[in-house]
Design a protein around this ligand. Structure first.
Ligand code: ADP
Length: 276
């Protein structure tokens, strides 16, 4: 799809991860402000942040469904995730943007942790009608493990590849990928560009423990690389940085990590779209 951008709002940038089910309303409003005048095709995704991770890790549903006591956590995760979706929808509607929510649990299934089925027609139709599809990282049913976690980052690469997005923007609470976690190592340096030459170094830098149900920076980097290898440009950037989002949407340079599409990768992209 021409000029399609996928934008993921990281849970760390739109919620207070230290306090259960606590949105960062000013941050969400600043994001909505920056989207107000953007009129090219866009799909928005959001992470779960403190609306999902506490329930998922407490009941270990990220490791599959083993007993009935976990069912309550599934219901709670879905309930709270849709509350966060509604908060984002309200901010957008107030600015005359027209979001329609799609919950991946209803249109994606897994088998052994891998995507088995996905139905994207309703999202395509919403886009064509001029609406703003709003999706989120979610729990999805898994044929062999009962349940699995489809992270927002993985969802971004899945739909980015299947819908042929021209770029995928992964917004978080740090400027991009650093040589080490910048929150624990203040002297860490930002890696501005990731190519087929330096990607191993970047994978190593992001591999640290995350304590997060969806794999933290390591998962973000793996999904960004998957996109770049298949010809789709990807950025990891700071959504909390003033106007970084609007400048990136306008294709201005910002402080961030750009994953450069690999050469000759368009050849294999049709195949990978089917496999994504
Ligand atoms: P989000 O919720 O926005 O998707 P995560 O919390 O999952 O983001 O991942 C972002 C976090 O990853 C940062 O807040 C940072 O503390 C951590 N991190 C770990 N290693 C790195 C690294 N090498 N570079 C940047 N951030 C890192």
């Amino acid at each position: 799809m021409d000029q399609l951008t996928i934008l993921k709002l990281g849970g760390s940038a739109i919620t207070d991860k230290a306090r259960e089910c606590t949105p960062d309303i000013p941050a969400i409003q600043r994001i909505a402000d920056q989207l107000r005048d953007y009129n090219l095709p866009l799909i928005l995704l959001h992470g779960g942040g403190s609306y999902a991770h506490p329930f998922v890790t407490r009941s270990s549903i990220d490791r599959g469904l083993r007993d009935r006591s976990q069912l309550r956590s599934i219901a709670e995760t879905e309930f709270y995730l849709s509350q966060l979706t509604r908060i984002i929808c309200a901010s957008l509607l107030l600015r005359n943007k027209l979001p329609v929510p799609f919950h991946p649990m209803s249109f994606v299934t897994f088998d052994e942790g891998k995507v088995k089925r996905v139905l994207l027609d309703p999202i395509r139709k919403a886009l064509r009608a001029g609406l703003l599809p709003l999706l989120h990282g979610d729990l999805v049913f898994d044929e062999s493990q009962g349940i699995g976690v489809l992270s927002g980052d993985r969802l971004a690469s899945l739909i980015g590849l299947r819908l042929g997005a021209s770029r995928v923007l992964l917004g978080s609470d740090v400027d991009g990928v650093y040589s080490e976690n910048p929150k624990t190592f203040p002297n860490a340096t930002l890696i501005p560009e990731v190519t087929s030459e330096n990607f191993r170094l970047v994978l190593d830098a992001s591999r640290g423990p995350s304590g997060d149900a969806t794999g933290g920076m390591g998962e973000k980097v793996r999904q960004a690389l998957r996109l770049a290898k298949n010809g789709c440009e990807c950025y990891i950037f700071n959504l909390r940085e003033k106007n970084a989002l609007s400048r990136l949407l306008e294709r201005d340079r910002i402080n961030g990590t750009r994953f450069v599409p690999w050469k000759n990768s368009r050849k294999s992209s049709r195949r990978s779209r089917r496999q994504a």
